[in-house]
Design a protein around this ligand. Sequence first.
Ligand SMILES: Cc1ncc(COP(=O)(O)O)c(C=O)c1O
Length: 389
Amino acid sequence: MTHTLENLAGNADAFPVLRHWDFYNHAGVSPMPAAVAEVLRQYADHAQRHAYLEAGVHRRLEALRQDCARLINARPAEVAFIKNTSEGIATIAKGLETSTGWQAGDRVVLPAVEYPANIYPWFDLRQRLGVELVMIPQSAGPDGRLRVPLDRVLEAADHPRTRLVAISHVQYATGQQADLATLGRHCRQGGRLLLVDAIQSAGVLPIDVQAMNIDFLAAGGHKWLMGPEGTGFLYVRQELIERVQPLAIGWMNVTNADDYSRLDFTYKPDARRYECGTLNVPGLLGLGASLRTLLELGTPALTARLRELTDHLIALLESRGARIASPRGPGEDSGIVSFEIPGRDPRELAAALRRRQIEVVVRDGRLRASPHFYNTPAQLERLVEALGA
Ligand SMILES: Cc1ncc(COP(=O)(O)O)c(C=O)c1O
C-alpha cells in the first residue's frame, strides 16, 4: 500500500502504540512502528532457523546507506553506520585529534544548553589538550521564548582560534531549530568546521548538507526516524574523510576487509572506514523500514504536518494560560513544544498524565511534548483536557 499522511495519521495498525498511549515523547525514544517490528520478527525468525544471515541483507544495508544519504543530500560514500549520536560526535572530536591534532588554545564553539552527547567529547579535549570551549548561553526574549542567539554563535565562530562549531539542529529542551544555512555559510567562508547533532530533526526537518555547508552530522535512529535503539548514521564530507581518523580500529575499517589472510592496513576510501566490525544488522534493517516510509511521505510534508500539529497544540495550551518556551518564528520551530502551566508543578503534571496513559516528559524544569506525524489533533485536545489547565 502506498503510504500517505492521510492513511497513516491515527492508524493503529501502522502505529500500535496508538492503542495504548497518547505518546508525545518522540524527542526521547519513539515507539516502534509495526513495519519495524515486522522486520525484527522476520530477522529473529530467520536467525533462529538458519546459521547465517539471509542473502540480500548486505544489499538492504547498502540501500539504507543510500536512503540516509538521500535524506540529507549527501553521497552514500559519505555515510557510516554508528550505534548512537555520541559515537558519531566522538568520532569527529577524537578523529581530528589523532590525524590533524588539536592545539592548546584552539577553540570549539557550542551552545551551553547542548545535550551532553555534544558537550562531554569537547570537555575531554579541554581537559587533556587545553582546547578552549566557548559555550554560548541561552537567553529569554521579550516574548519569553528561549533561544541560543545566532549572532553570538557567529561572533564566536569568527575568533581566529575557532576551529569548529558544534550545534544541535534542534535543541532537545526548547525545540529551537538552528539556522544551519546561515551558520554553515559563515563557517565555510571563515574556514571553520561545522558539526551538527541532527538526532532531533533527521527525518522530519529538511537537511541539505551541501546547501547548508555542513561538514559533519551525526544522528541516532531512535527518535524522529522511529528506528530501533542502537542505530544511527554519521556523515563526513568527502573532502574531510582523510582528516578524520577512525575512532575504533578493527577488521572492517580496511579496504580488503573480507580477505583475512592478506593483511593490508589501508583504510577504505569512504566513510565505511568508520565502521570497525560487525554492524547492528537487525537494528539497521528496522531503521531501513522506518526511513523508507518517511522518505515516501517526504520531508516537506512531514515538516508541514509537524508544524500543523504543534501550532494546534500551542494554540490549545495558550488558550488555557500555558507559557510556551519554544521559539516559533520562521525556521525556528520543530516537533518539540516546551511549556509551563503557571502555578503547577511540571513533575506532578507529567506523573498525573502518565497515570492516564498520556506521555509527556519534563526537561529543564518544563513540560516537553513532542508529537510525531501520526498523532492527531483530536489526541492533542485530549492532552490539553487532561492537563486540566
Ligand atoms: C540533541 C541530542 N543529542 C543526542 C542524544 C542522544 O544521544 P545518543 O544517540 O548518543 O544516545 C539526544 C537524546 O536525547 C539528544 O536530544
